[in-house]
Design a protein. Sequence first.
Length: 293
Amino acid sequence: MRCTELSCRLTKVYVGRRQNFAIALFSVRKLLITSLIRTTSTMKFLIVGDSHTRYFGISNQLRVLNDQLRGINCIPKVIHGATVTGVGKLTSTLNVGSDIPKWIDSAQPDFLVLNLGQVDVELGIPFRKYVQNVDEAMDARLDYFVESYLKFIGSLNIPSSRIIVKGINLPVLCYDRSKAIKYITRIVTERFTDSAEDESRREETIKKLTQTYASDVVRSDLARRFNEQLQSACQEHGYGYFDINGELADQATGIINPRFIPAGFDHHIIDSLEVRTIHWDALLKVARKAYWV
C-alpha cells in the first residue's frame, strides 16, 4: 500500500512539473513570436494605382513562399481606370488626386508606391488616335504623361526618398492581332450608343484599327519608351523606380513571354503567385536601398 501511495505521489509531482514546464514553454514561445512580429514589422507600404496594382496583394500563400514578406504591411488602393493625366486634376470622377494625400495622412507609410500609366499608354493613346482623330508626335505625348505624373507627385507632402514609382508592364495583347483589335475596339468605343451615327463611327474605327494598329513589337517598344522617360524623371527628382519587364519579356523576341498572358479577353498579365512574387521582389529591392536614407 505504501509503495502504491508513494508511486501515486511521485506520478502527480512528475505530471505537475511537466504541465508547468509546458505552460512556461508556451508562454516563452508566445513572447518570442510577439517580439519577432514587432521587430520585423518594419516596412509599411501604401500602394496606389490602377487595376494593375492588384498584384501587390499579399495572401497567406505568398507570405509562406516569400520570406522577404515577413513583417511587410501593405495597404493597396486599387482604382480601376486611374490615369496619370487624371490624377492631378482638381476635379476628377475617380478623385484619386484628392484621395492620395488623405490616405498618406491616415496610413503614415514608410513608402508610397505609385502604379499608374498603363491605361494612358495602352488604352488612352489609341482612343485619341482612332476616336478623337488626334495626330500627335508620340514622344510629345509621353512627355506630357510624365510631366503630369511628376507634377502631381511633387505636390505630395512626403519626402522624395519615400516615394517609389512602378513603370508599366509590357502589353499582353500579343500573338493574336485580331484579338488585340477586338479588345481595343471595345474599350475605345464603350461610350458609343446604338445610334446610326455611332454605328458608323464604330465601323470606321474598326477599319482604321485594322489598317494601322501598331504591331506587338512596336507597342512593346512604346511601353519601354514611356518607362525610360519615367525612370529618368524619377532619378532626377530622387524618387525610387522599378518595373518588372525584364522578368516578363521573352528574351528572344522582346515582347511578353506567353506564360504571363491570360487565355481570356483581358489586357492584364495573369494573376499568379509567381507574378506577385516578381512584383514584390522588385519593389523590396528598391525599398531596402532607400529605407535608411
